[in-house]
Structure formats: C-alpha cells, structure tokens
Design a protein around this ligand. Structure first.
Ligand code: 5AD
Ligand code: SF4
Length: 475
C-alpha cells in the first residue's frame, strides 16, 4: 500500500536500505560458510511485547536470518524486556547473563536488548557498565530502527544505545512473522496517557497514539482471508482508541467496522480501562457477529481510597455499573480482572474491600500481582509501603477466594455445549488436546492433533478453577 505520510514513507525507505545491506551480508555469509545466520528472540511481559517481537522476527527474516528456538544456535539474540514489575526486570537481566558465554563459542554472535526495561535511562546505564557483552539496546519507540542498529553494529563494531524517541507516530509497513497461523495479535494503539500512580508504562511506552482505522481493517481482513480464526486487538487502553486519527472514530466504531468483515473468526481486545469502557462499546459487542463474549476489566483494588491514590479515576460503584450493564447485555460473558495487593497505604479494611469486590463481581479469573515499586512513578515515593509479609499473606488470601469463585463459575459450564478453537496436543499432557472456548476458557479433550486451528464442539464433564475437561460432541 502507498504510504500517505511522507515522513513515514522516508523512514520506511531508509529502513529498507539497511534491510538490503544486511541481507546481502547474510547471503554472502551463507554462500561462504554453507550455513545461514540465525536469530533467536526471547520475549518477557505482555501481549504487546509478543506482538513487537513478531515484528522484530519479521524484520530479521527480511534481513536474511532464519529464526531459531535455541539461543545456542543463534548468531543474533534479542531479548525483549518488560518493566511492569521488578521480577520481570531481574529475570531479563539474569537470562541475558546466561548468554554471555555463548559469545566465547561464537564471536560473530550479536546480543541486543529492547523493550520497556531498556526504555528507562537508569537501566540503559546499568547495561552499558555491567553487561559489556550486550551489543546494542533500543527502546519501544525505536522498534522500527532494528535493521539500522543491527547494521551499524555489524559494520562499525561499536556498542550502540539508541536514544529513546518520544515516538509520536506509528510505524506502519513492518513485516510480521506470526507465531501462530490461526491466532493473531493486531496492535491498534500504542502508549498510555493514564499515569496510574503505580505504573511504569506511560514512561516507557510514551503517549497514546492510534493507528488509522483503514490500516487496521485492512490487516484484519487479510488475516481472516489467510485463515486466522482468533484475532486480538491490542492496546494499553483500547477504550481510548482513535484520538488524533483522521477518521475520528472511537473504539466502538472500530469494533463495529471490523465486525462487518465476513468469515469464521473471533475478535478479542485488551486491555480496557474501566473509566473509558462505554455502554456504546458494550452495545456493539452485544449485537456483534464476531466479538468474543469476553471482557478483561482491570479493577486493581476494591477500595475507593486506594483507587483514588492509584489515580484510576473510577470508584467501585461506577465500576459495578459498567459490569452490571455488561452482564445484562451479554449474560454469558467471561469477565477477568487484574488486582494489585499491597499498594502503599493499603489497610486491612481496604483489602477487605477487594475481597468483597471479588465476591460481588464473581470473576472467571483474576491476574493478581504483589505491588512492586517502580522507579520514577508517584506510588514508589508514597509513605506507608506495605511490609512484605503482609503483602504475601493478602496475596494468598486473594488467591484462595478466587480459586473458590473460579471453580464455581467453571462448574456452572459443565454440560453446556461450547465452541472451542483447538490448539492441538496439550503441552503438559500430549494425549489430550487443548483449546480455548469463545469466552477464552481453557478446554481439554480427546481429539485429533490435526484439528489444531479449527473449531470443534465441546462439552465439559469436569471443571477446576482454571480449566474445563470434557469431550468433543458431534456438530
Ligand atoms: N506492581 C504490581 N503490579 C503492577 N501492574 C502494573 N504495575 C504494577 C506494579 N508496579 C499490574 C496491573 C496491570 C497489570 C498489567 O500489571 O494490575 O493491570
Ligand atoms: Fe499502566 Fe494505568 Fe496505563 Fe494500564 S491504564 S498501562 S495500568 S498507566
């Protein structure tokens, strides 16, 4: 497609020059040695990072690399990092440490780090000084400069730290190497303007910017034509999609337009912010053909005082209004949430509020996190950081309660026929197939590995808090 924006078109041309230069070098290497160079990608964090890595892999392939799943075989290792919690950062650093010795065996090896962790200046400094075997580093706003950085690293033999660009635009036209041939991620917007007081994302992914709807519609249409069955629209806050686009659409408009695409597929989206989840959006979902009956609505805390300090800009009453409307319009909707325990100043009473919200909202599943102070965020400076033992004790109580609720919710589905998109043999028990219901529940059943990527009809005869077990039934 023609690039309408001249700056972006120039960027794309420049990118292509580097791609071709590296491709020539990689082809020459393959001719001389009889072995093609290989690239390995390791991804930490959320789906947005998974989607970014698929773009990096797409560019690597264009540059003449084969993709490998084993770091020991690789000539290029790229670690795509997460910064949302301390644990994710430590894991990325220790993993990259394990790659150091690979350079002794393969002096040609290039190691790169990218993503949210290295979009923080203090981490870049740390890598510069303590991880000398990391060849180049680039932040989330510089994803499209991967070919240039790699090219310069290979040609100049100098370590590179790409200065973070306050990316105001959206790079289009980057090739994508998708991990699956029936499930796909489609980024619809990047960045976040919300500045929840605990969260690093607005600092490392920059301000909100949305892709033009026609680009998204075109991408989804192509995916459906290529046989993709399950398409997840991604953004840090999809509900505020559309600001600054030429079309001036909101997220509900986009979803309605995508729903008009013909074909046998499901649309999902994440993540929503409760303050922006509109009735209009729920109405579009309720009357749609393709939108899955699934909603991820992060609550974070069941205490209004904590929500205010988190800068979430809704209270529990308003949250429940949205949830009740959602369940009224889509009674079989699967609802999931995120909860943080041990936010600074969280009292026993605040935490009791969170437990009470779980009882009231009856989530199908929750993603719960122990609060992790993030350098540079307001919450990290707040007084009354909750002691570790209390945070852990609350975390355990939260899980115990949710295990009961999740079990009850799943048990209520036993006996109900459901469509499942089969993923092939289960990793833990290859004798069984695993798949996902339209509500995104995990289902296990006896079946045929060839069914991967197709819909089957399924009925559960047993459930636990996390999955359904059952059998295929005739269509
Ligand atoms: N500590 C713990 N959990 C966090 N999250 C975001 N920032 C933090 C933090 N500093 C959680 C929120 C968010 C999810 C993706 O990660 O619950 O919704
Ligand atoms: Fe972080 Fe809040 Fe933005 Fe989500 S909405 S990415 S929690 S700042």
């Amino acid at each position: 497609m023609e690039e309408a924006n001249p700056t972006r078109a120039a960027e794309a041309d420049e990118r292509q020059t580097y791609v071709l230069r590296l491709r020539a070098d990689n082809d020459r290497h393959a001719m001389e040695t009889g072995r093609r160079r290989r690239a390995f990608f390791l991804t930490f964090g959320c789906q947005q990072n998974e989607a970014d890595s698929e773009k990096l892999a797409g560019m690597a392939q264009q540059m003449g690399y084969d993709i490998t799943r084993t770091p020991e075989d690789a000539d290029l290792i790229t670690v795509n990092t997460c910064a949302v919690r301390e644990h994710a950062e430590q894991k990325a650093l220790s993993t990259v440490g394990q790659y150091k010795h690979l350079k002794a065996k393969n002096p040609d090896l290039v190691i790169a780090m990218c993503g949210c962790m290295v979009s923080q200046p203090h981490r870049v400094e740390e890598i510069k000084h303590r991880y000398p075997y990391v060849d180049f580093v680039f932040g989330t706003g510089s994803l499209h400069r991967f070919p240039q950085l790699l090219c310069e690293r290979r040609e100049k033999n100098k370590r590179l730290y790409c200065p973070e660009e306050p990316s105001l635009t959206v790079a289009e036209g980057i090739p994508v190497r998708r991990e699956s041939d029936y499930r796909a991620w489609v980024s619809i917007m990047y960045g976040c303007n919300n500045f929840c007081s605990y969260c690093i994302v607005p600092y490392v992914r920059g301000r909100e910017r949305s892709r033009e709807p026609e680009r998204i519609i075109e991408e989804v249409r192509e995916l459906v034509a290529d046989g993709y069955r399950d398409i997840t629209l991604l953004g840090q806050n999809v509900n505020s999609y559309g600001k600054g686009t030429r079309a001036g659409w909101d997220f509900a408009d986009l979803l309605a337009a995508l729903d008009r695409i013909d074909g046998d597929f499901r649309l999902r989206f994440m993540t929503s912010h409760p303050k922006d989840a509109s009735r209009k959006l729920i109405d579009v979902m309720a009357s749609s053909r393709h939108v899955a009956h699934q909603f991820h609505l992060p609550l974070q805390s069941g205490s209004d005082a904590v929500l205010a300090r988190m800068n979430r800009r809704y209270d529990t009453a308003r949250y429940l209004e949205t949830l009740d409307y959602l369940r009224e319009k889509i009674p079989d909707v699967t609802v999931t949430t995120d909860i943080i325990v041990g936010f600074p100043g969280e009292t026993d009473e605040d935490f009791a509020g969170t437990l009470a919200m779980l009882e009231r909202a009856r989530y199908d599943m929750i993603f719960s996190f122990i609060y992790s102070p993030r350098k540079g965020t307001p919450a990290a400076e707040m007084a009354d950081q909750v002691p570790d033992e209390i945070r852990h004790a609350r975390f355990d109580r939260l899980l115990a309660l949710q295990n009961r609720i999740g079990l009850e919710k799943n048990q209520s589905l036993v006996g109900v026929p459901m469509r499942v998109l089969c993923d092939g043999p289960s990793k833990n028990n290859p004798a069984l197939m695993s798949g996902r219901t339209d509500g995104n529940k995990i289902a296990f059943f006896e079946g045929n590995p060839d069914d991967a990527g197709t819909y089957v009809l399924f009925r559960a005869n047993r459930a636990d808090a996390f999955a359904l077990w059952g059998e295929r039934i005739p269509e």
